[in-house]
Design a binder for this molecule. Structure first.
Ligand SMILES: C[S@@+](CC[C@H](N)C(=O)[O-])C[C@H]1O[C@@H](n2cnc3c(N)ncnc32)[C@H](O)[C@@H]1O
Length: 290
């Protein structure tokens, strides 16, 4: 009988590409943010968890035995899927070893699941072709330098008729922060505002990625919510997911920029609540039956 430690392996050594093509070379890889924030990640991105749950709730009814979670982070999409039913094996791939450590702790509650967690880049996952019933990629596609290649690589791992589920930032996400940043003189944390805009994925663009990867689009929809949160909670989320964007600045400059952002958010929140647009793109696609 395998020990739990053997069942839940963390494999390292797969190539992790160090720099996104979308960001200037002075900036860090996104995984640096997630390594820093892995221990608090789940507390600061609760709305993403709710989005992953809605995506999983909308998957077609069928048996799902083998699951690949791409850029799985702390693994909450997988954990929801395990609670839903039927999953026997889980492969989690992420560039951040820190995020995978958090995931590994959660998997210990499920010794019946055979899990492999691997530090790897999305374009070099080391997953055999046509081996998965379900591939999930939640709140990560926007960080990949080549989104088309990433979706094509995910599609290759699906068995005929296998399902791909994606949760991504949709059009207009965090638009109020972008406006606030650009109204500053000089602009406040402009690299964050630029990244927010770069990260948006429009449904028609997503449709093109799916078609080029040979996948059939089953369902795609945009969810738009006006969220109300205290400014400090809003900035907690930004720091959790985006600190790599401003890491090239000196520590003093980072503190100055973050203080300016917080002061501008507070000025827009007279009752202590910042209202902003939170837009998600949810996608379900299927591999051809063969
Ligand atoms: C916002 S987190 C999302 C994590 C998880 N899927 C969730 O829904 O919470 C983005 C994740 O993408 C990972 N990541 C970023 N670029 C990557 C790449 N090129 N290859 C693999 N993982 C990557 C980060 O390390 C991070 O864990």
């Amino acid at each position: 009988m395998w020990s739990r430690a053997l069942r839940t392996k963390i494999l390292a050594g797969y190539p992790v590409i160090m720099q996104s093509a979308n960001h200037p070379p002075s900036q860090e890889h996104p995984r640096e943010s997630f390594d820093r924030s892995a221990h608090i990640y789940d507390d600061h991105v609760g709305f993403n968890q709710a989005g992953a749950q809605r995506l999983i709730g909308a998957l077609p009814e069928r048996d799902y035995r083998d699951l690949l979670d791409v850029a799985c982070g702390t693994g909450f999409a997988t954990m929801h899927m395990i609670e839903r039913r039927g999953i026997r094996t889980v492969t989690g791939v992420d560039a951040s070893a820190g995020m995978l450590e958090q995931f590994r702790g959660k998997l210990e509650r499920h010794p019946d699941i055979e899990a492999t967690l691997r530090v790897a880049d999305v374009v070099a996952m080391g997953v055999p072709p046509a081996s998965m019933d379900l591939v999930l990629c939640t709140m990560a596609l926007h960080w990949f330098p080549d989104r088309q290649l990433a979706i094509t690589e995910m599609a290759k791992t699906l068995r005929p008729g296998g399902i791909l589920g994606i949760l991504a930032p949709g059009p207009g996400h965090d638009a109020q922060f972008v406006a606030l940043s650009r109204e500053g003189n000089p602009p406040i944390l402009p690299e964050l505002a630029t990244s927010v805009l770069d990260n948006e994925i429009a449904p028609e663009v997503m449709g093109g990625y799916l078609a080029a990867a040979g996948l059939e689009e089953i369902d795609m929809w945009v969810e738009r919510r006006e969220r109300r949160v205290p400014p400090e909670r809003y900035m907690d989320r930004m720091r959790t997911v985006g600190s790599h964007l401003w890491a090239h600045r000196s520590i003093e400059d980072q503190q100055r920029q973050l203080a300016r952002a917080e002061a501008a958010l507070e000025a827009l929140s007279p009752d202590g609540i910042f209202q902003y647009t939170f837009t998600k793109l949810l996608v379900i696609a299927r591999a051809p039956q063969g």
